[in-house]
Design a protein around this ligand. Structure first.
Ligand SMILES: [Zn+2]
Length: 138
Protein backbone atom coordinates (compact mmCIF):
# COMPACT_ATOMS: atom_id res chain seq x y z
CA UNK A 1 0.00 0.00 0.00
CA UNK A 2 1.06 3.55 -0.42
CA UNK A 3 3.86 3.99 -2.91
CA UNK A 4 4.21 0.73 -4.82
CA UNK A 5 5.83 2.26 -7.87
CA UNK A 6 8.62 3.95 -5.98
CA UNK A 7 12.13 2.66 -5.53
CA UNK A 8 13.59 2.23 -2.10
CA UNK A 9 17.12 2.43 -0.89
CA UNK A 10 18.36 -0.56 1.00
CA UNK A 11 20.22 1.40 3.56
CA UNK A 12 20.96 1.18 7.21
CA UNK A 13 22.09 4.77 7.46
CA UNK A 14 20.20 7.99 7.27
CA UNK A 15 18.00 8.58 4.28
CA UNK A 16 16.50 11.72 2.84
CA UNK A 17 12.88 11.93 1.79
CA UNK A 18 10.62 14.35 0.01
CA UNK A 19 9.28 16.64 2.72
CA UNK A 20 5.85 16.74 1.16
CA UNK A 21 5.11 13.08 0.40
CA UNK A 22 7.91 11.12 2.14
CA UNK A 23 9.11 9.44 -1.04
CA UNK A 24 12.60 8.06 -0.55
CA UNK A 25 15.10 10.25 -2.41
CA UNK A 26 18.64 9.45 -1.38
CA UNK A 27 20.92 8.38 1.43
CA UNK A 28 23.67 9.93 3.50
CA UNK A 29 26.14 7.58 1.80
CA UNK A 30 25.56 9.47 -1.43
CA UNK A 31 26.08 12.86 0.18
CA UNK A 32 28.95 14.84 -1.30
CA UNK A 33 28.66 18.19 0.46
CA UNK A 34 26.37 20.17 2.73
CA UNK A 35 28.00 23.47 1.85
CA UNK A 36 25.62 24.51 -0.89
CA UNK A 37 22.96 27.14 -0.95
CA UNK A 38 19.71 27.26 -2.88
CA UNK A 39 16.77 29.61 -3.15
CA UNK A 40 15.38 28.31 0.16
CA UNK A 41 18.68 28.25 2.07
CA UNK A 42 21.00 25.33 2.81
CA UNK A 43 21.25 22.74 0.07
CA UNK A 44 23.06 19.39 -0.17
CA UNK A 45 24.97 17.88 -3.06
CA UNK A 46 24.34 14.17 -3.73
CA UNK A 47 25.91 11.70 -6.17
CA UNK A 48 22.58 10.09 -6.90
CA UNK A 49 18.88 10.62 -6.20
CA UNK A 50 15.97 8.28 -6.96
CA UNK A 51 12.23 8.81 -7.47
CA UNK A 52 12.76 12.10 -9.24
CA UNK A 53 12.46 13.41 -12.78
CA UNK A 54 14.34 16.21 -14.47
CA UNK A 55 13.01 19.27 -16.22
CA UNK A 56 14.55 20.63 -19.40
CA UNK A 57 18.02 22.09 -19.52
CA UNK A 58 18.51 25.63 -18.37
CA UNK A 59 21.66 27.75 -18.27
CA UNK A 60 22.00 29.64 -15.00
CA UNK A 61 24.52 32.03 -13.61
CA UNK A 62 25.30 31.03 -10.07
CA UNK A 63 27.68 32.35 -7.47
CA UNK A 64 30.29 29.82 -8.61
CA UNK A 65 29.84 30.54 -12.29
CA UNK A 66 27.68 29.50 -15.18
CA UNK A 67 26.10 26.05 -15.14
CA UNK A 68 23.75 24.04 -17.28
CA UNK A 69 21.20 22.63 -14.86
CA UNK A 70 17.78 21.00 -14.73
CA UNK A 71 15.23 21.36 -11.98
CA UNK A 72 14.54 18.14 -10.08
CA UNK A 73 10.99 17.11 -9.17
CA UNK A 74 9.63 14.37 -6.94
CA UNK A 75 8.02 11.64 -9.09
CA UNK A 76 5.36 11.02 -6.50
CA UNK A 77 4.02 14.50 -5.70
CA UNK A 78 5.64 16.69 -8.42
CA UNK A 79 7.17 18.99 -5.85
CA UNK A 80 10.43 20.64 -6.83
CA UNK A 81 13.16 19.37 -4.51
CA UNK A 82 16.32 20.78 -6.08
CA UNK A 83 18.32 20.78 -9.28
CA UNK A 84 20.73 18.64 -11.29
CA UNK A 85 24.07 19.74 -12.74
CA UNK A 86 24.35 18.81 -16.39
CA UNK A 87 27.45 20.82 -17.04
CA UNK A 88 29.76 23.38 -15.46
CA UNK A 89 31.38 25.98 -17.65
CA UNK A 90 34.31 26.44 -15.30
CA UNK A 91 36.89 23.69 -15.00
CA UNK A 92 37.09 23.80 -11.21
CA UNK A 93 33.33 23.27 -10.93
CA UNK A 94 33.21 20.14 -13.06
CA UNK A 95 33.06 17.86 -10.01
CA UNK A 96 29.38 18.82 -9.73
CA UNK A 97 28.45 17.46 -13.15
CA UNK A 98 26.03 14.56 -12.90
CA UNK A 99 25.31 15.34 -9.26
CA UNK A 100 22.08 16.49 -7.66
CA UNK A 101 21.28 19.33 -5.31
CA UNK A 102 18.47 18.82 -2.83
CA UNK A 103 17.36 21.84 -0.87
CA UNK A 104 17.23 21.16 2.84
CA UNK A 105 13.91 22.97 3.26
CA UNK A 106 12.30 20.66 0.67
CA UNK A 107 13.51 17.34 2.07
CA UNK A 108 13.58 15.63 5.45
CA UNK A 109 16.04 13.35 7.12
CA UNK A 110 15.12 9.95 8.47
CA UNK A 111 17.40 7.87 10.62
CA UNK A 112 16.80 4.51 8.92
CA UNK A 113 14.15 1.98 8.05
CA UNK A 114 15.06 -0.11 11.07
CA UNK A 115 14.54 2.84 13.33
CA UNK A 116 10.79 2.54 13.60
CA UNK A 117 10.36 5.14 10.88
CA UNK A 118 10.71 7.85 13.46
CA UNK A 119 11.17 11.27 12.03
CA UNK A 120 14.21 12.98 13.34
CA UNK A 121 14.55 16.68 13.55
CA UNK A 122 17.90 17.92 12.46
CA UNK A 123 19.51 19.04 15.67
CA UNK A 124 23.06 18.85 14.49
CA UNK A 125 24.66 22.23 14.44
CA UNK A 126 25.82 22.38 10.89
CA UNK A 127 28.06 25.35 11.34
CA UNK A 128 29.55 25.28 7.92
CA UNK A 129 31.15 28.52 6.98
CA UNK A 130 32.52 27.16 3.76
CA UNK A 131 30.91 29.74 1.57
CA UNK A 132 32.87 29.37 -1.60
CA UNK A 133 30.77 26.42 -2.70
CA UNK A 134 27.52 28.30 -2.42
CA UNK A 135 25.24 28.29 -5.40
CA UNK A 136 22.29 30.57 -5.62
CA UNK A 137 19.56 30.11 -8.16
CA UNK A 138 17.30 32.97 -9.01
ZN1 LIG B 1 7.21 14.09 -3.04
Amino acid sequence: MGRPFLDYLDDSGEIYECRRCSACLTSIKLLVSKAFRGATGTAYLFKHVINVYLDKQDVRDMTTGRHMVRDVYCTNCNEKVGWFYDMAYKKDQEYKEGNYILEKALIKERKSFSDGAALRLSTSSSSSTDNDKDDITV
